[in-house]
Design a protein around this ligand. Structure first.
Ligand code: PLP
Length: 387
């Protein structure tokens, strides 16, 4: 019923992943890009139909936030996560990144600490620094081949921070935090009086038996200090439409965040975003339910083939996201891993060093693509790093 195997030519359509390969390697025309986190898969048909319908009207002036923008998301959260979200709690932001920047400014003063758990989505650290705040790290630890929280380090970092930016599910290591882990984070947040900004952009992309627990489901008490950033961007492959939902139950925190969003001038939606988000959340469920096993199959195929054909590489378990976290340290490489991957394998991945402490020697591979494209990447990795 859904075809995820079809190849799409994205290069002619101003696509960051495919249209700028020349800038990265002017002397090669065979680079396969599997870095930035969008999928090489068509969005659900309902989204295409909604966008066509909107595009047919020839005026593309300023848009607002129609009821559909709110109600589609609220019913998605009710149906999929049993969360009742009051409409008044929702703030619009075009993206999660600008919302996190606003939260940093709204909840901290210059020089104050903001805690992150690297290796983690790299804009967290750069936004903290660019806004003149101090990065406080509580790096994840690897135990028995799996990433875990280091609660003692988190408590120490929290004691010198005002805000924690939580990545849940965690990009790039693919962990889906359990209720117990989230409760432990909430306990530390309360003890150290932290505001928690939970980036849940990958929430819908979780593989059974793992289950995403929304941070706002942890406890009413935790909600008093919680900002959740959510979006249909990754789930339905519509990141370029820049439509997000920032949920802030506490009125004082909401007011402060809304003030910074207003002051930044980013609070006006584009005229396609709501139509796409509404179609995705109201009609895209069956598409997502078919996509998840396809992505899970992609991940298992990658893991199993690399284990067999390039055993020097270690693929970490992926509980959620369409991003595989691969340890290249066993391949005995030296120098810049990004350049080595380009020159030896013709692959553009995100080198792990970008994700901060603990990321060196790793690379992140985006497996949100047709199986044939993944097979090509596997061939290249096996050819370059196989035994
Ligand atoms: C954890 C995480 N947060 C945020 C984003 C981007 O958010 P946005 O495009 O809405 O600013 C990404 C994109 O890869 C991501 O992985």
């Amino acid at each position: 019923m859904y075809d995820f195997d079809g190849a799409l030519d994205r290069a002619p359509y101003d696509c960051l992943k495919w249209s700028y390969l020349g800038g990265c390697c002017p002397d090669r025309d065979d680079i396969l890009p599997m870095w930035i986190a969008d999928m090489d898969l068509a969005a659900p048909q309902a989204v295409l139909d909604a966008l066509r319908k909107r595009a047919e009207h020839p005026v593309y002036g300023y848009a607002g936030k129609p009821d559909g923008y709110y109600e589609a998301y609220r019913s998605w959260m009710r149906q999929r996560y049993a969360q009742d979200i009051d409409r008044s709690w929702i703030l619009f932001s075009p993206g999660i990144v600008p919302a996190i920047a606003s939260a940093i400014r709204a909840y901290t003063k210059a020089g104050e600490g903001v805690c992150i758990m690297p290796p983690v989505y790299h804009p967290f650290a750069s936004l903290i620094k660019a806004n003149g705040r101090a990065v406080r790290e509580a790096p994840l630890v690897i135990q028995d081949g799996r990433y875990e929280l280091d609660l003692a380090r988190l408590d120490a970092a929290a004691s010198v921070s005002k805000v924690l930016i939580l990545c849940t599910p965690h990009n790039p290591v693919g962990r889906v935090w359990t209720r117990e882990e989230l409760e432990a984070i909430a306990d530390i947040a309360e003890k150290r009086d932290l505001i928690v900004v939970a980036d849940e952009i990958h929430a819908d992309l979780v593989y059974a038996p793992h289950r995403h627990i929304p941070s706002m489901a942890v406890s009413e008490r935790f909600n008093e200090r919680l900002v959740t950033a959510w979006a249909p961007s990754k789930t339905f492959n519509i990141a370029g439409l820049q439509t997000s939902y920032i949920v802030v139950p506490n009125p004082a925190l909401r007011k402060a965040l809304a003030a910074d969003i207003d002051a930044s001038g980013i609070g006006v939606p584009n005229c396609f975003g709501s139509a796409a988000a509404e179609a995705a959340y109201t009609q895209g469920g069956p598409w997502l339910d078919a996509l998840l096993p396809y992505l899970k199959g992609n991940f298992e195929h990658l893991r199993d083939e690399l284990k067999r054909r390039a055993p020097a590489l270690t693929v970490y378990p992926c509980e959620g996201t369409f991003l595989a976290w691969i340890d290249f340290k066993g391949a005995g490489l030296s120098g810049d891993l990004h350049q080595t991957l380009l020159s030896k394998a013709g692959l553009w991945l995100d080198a792990g060093a970008r994700f901060g402490t603990g990321g060196s020697g790793f690379a992140r591979l985006n497996f949100g693509c047709p199986r044939a494209m993944l097979d090509e990447a596997i061939e290249r990795l096996a050819g370059a790093f196989g035994s």
